[in-house]
Design a protein around this ligand. Structure first.
Ligand SMILES: Cc1ncc(COP(=O)(O)O)c(C=O)c1O
Length: 437
């Protein structure tokens, strides 16, 4: 039988996106070899072009200082006042929105707060916020604090939707049924595009339709979807969305985030908003008038002037997304993650359970793995596998209580990386087997 690594290398050679890996820096092991990096779901790798993009802005600051705000400094180099517009347009194309429905600003949790200021308006019996039970902690804290901000009690108003007993996944149908039965008390549904722990992707159109049919507002946390899944955010009908850019979008640690506000809310004067001068429409922004004149669309939610140095690496990364194209990236992602999943099941099925749905339509590139309990708990064995992989330069991450997340990112991961993962996981299983006998 052909060696797995050889098969993987043949696949890499036939991969139309194979050149893109060379556009990134890979962290090194102590022996100088590149690590096998599967943590793009947490922090995407640095595009090699990021440094030059940042240098360009440092240079503009050094040599032009304040005039760089308004004057372009060379071809393909926007004035700082225009800088976020290009990012918003690129991000809008990635998430299936119009450019003026997207604003690039702040960080993810801050944007969720700003969106909830506008879209969580508890009234009468309609006061509740629905989240999924395993929601990312920051979202839960944000939601609970918004409820308290309105003088309400999270114990009454925060509804945490759980999977059916025995399952780690929530079916869209469950949420639809629940909203149909209880929706008149719900003011807002805040839902993930892709669940960070299980890797389950949701049908956003169905969630948004169910929430809106119940009379609730609906927003999405797309931290794990943007740059990972093809999205049609505008068509989903949601009211808002927010996402960070340091995961699949490779914008760098703590990079600037984005928010989407559906076109139907553009210019709605009745919608409350926390405002600042940068949300004022451009032609009168510098007239410094006492009255706020909102920019059209999502730009009205921008509070402060843009952090150019934090945006430059994102600009370099979005260029790569533009070159590769989301359609090609998704096609590779489905094949690459599918290949890894099939081999985990075939070679390691006795040891590892894949928690992420098997249907490629219900997942992105991430697989969430759990070591099956045997004698000692799966938790302890899982920690041993995670540590074993780390010792061998395979970077995955651990999420309590027992999940190892592995994300083959189509922009820079290869089949050979997956073969490496499989080889080391098999070695680990072998050592566990021999230490048990
Ligand atoms: C799903 C999800 N929501 C929210 C956050 C919080 O993001 P930030 O710290 O950028 O606000 C994260 C961070 O990893 C996340 O994964």
């Amino acid at each position: 039988m052909q060696d797995l690594l050889e098969i993987a290398q043949e696949r890499d050679a036939a991969d139309p996106l194979r050149e893109f890996a060379a556009a990134f820096w890979f962290p090194r092991r102590p022996d100088g070899q590149a690590q096998t990096y599967f943590c793009g779901h947490s922090l995407g790798l640095q595009p090699r072009a990021a440094e030059a993009a940042l240098q360009q802005e440092l240079c503009a600051w050094r040599e032009r200082a304040v005039s760089a705000h308004f004057h372009s400094h060379g071809p393909d180099h926007p004035a700082w006042i225009d800088y976020p517009d290009g990012l918003a347009a690129d991000l809008a194309a990635l998430v299936g929105a119009d450019a003026d429905e997207v604003a690039v600003m702040n960080s993810l949790t801050v944007n969720l707060h700003l969106m909830m200021v506008s879209f969580y308006r508890p009234q009468g019996r309609r006061r509740k916020i629905l989240v999924e039970q395993a929601a990312f902690p920051s979202d839960r804290y944000a939601v609970a604090s918004q409820i308290r901000f309105h003088g309400l009690d999270p114990d009454d108003c925060l509804v945490q939707f759980a999977p059916e007993p025995g399952s780690r996944l929530i079916e869209e149908e469950q949420a639809e049924d629940w909203l149909q039965a209880h929706g008149e008390e719900v003011a807002l549904v805040l839902w993930p595009g892709l669940q960070y722990a299980s890797g389950q992707a949701f049908d956003l159109r169905r969630i948004a339709a169910a929430a809106r049919a119940a009379g609730a507002r609906v927003g999405f946390d797309l931290a794990h979807s943007a740059g990972n899944l093809p999205l049609r955010l505008h068509d989903s009908g949601c009211d808002f969305a927010a996402w960070c850019t340091y995961k699949y979008l490779n914008g760098g640690p703590g990079a600037v985030a984005a928010a989407f506000v559906h076109r139907r809310h553009a210019g709605d004067a009745a919608l409350p908003r926390f405002e600042g001068w940068w949300g004022n429409e451009r032609t009168s922004r510098f007239l410094m008038e006492p009255r706020f004149s909102p920019a059209a669309g999502a730009a009205a939610w921008v509070v402060s002037n843009p952090p150019i140095l934090a945006m430059a690496p994102l600009r370099a990364s979005l260029q790569l997304f533009g070159e590769a194209g989301m359609v090609a990236l998704r096609a590779k992602s489905v094949a690459l993650t599918g290949w890894l999943a099939a081999h985990i099941e075939a070679l390691l099925g006795d040891w590892l359970e894949i928690l992420t749905p098997a249907d490629p339509g219900r997942r992105g590139c991430q697989l969430s793995l759990r070591v099956r309990g045997r004698g000692k708990t799966g938790h302890q064995a899982g920690r041993r596998l995670h540590a074993h992989l780390e010792r061998h330069g395979i970077v995955t991450d651990w999420r309590e209580p027992d999940i190892i997340r592995v994300a083959p990112v189509p922009l820079y991961n290869r089949y050979a990386d997956c073969a490496e993962f499989l080889r080391h996981a098999q070695n680990w299983a072998e050592s566990e087997r021999s230490s048990a006998t």
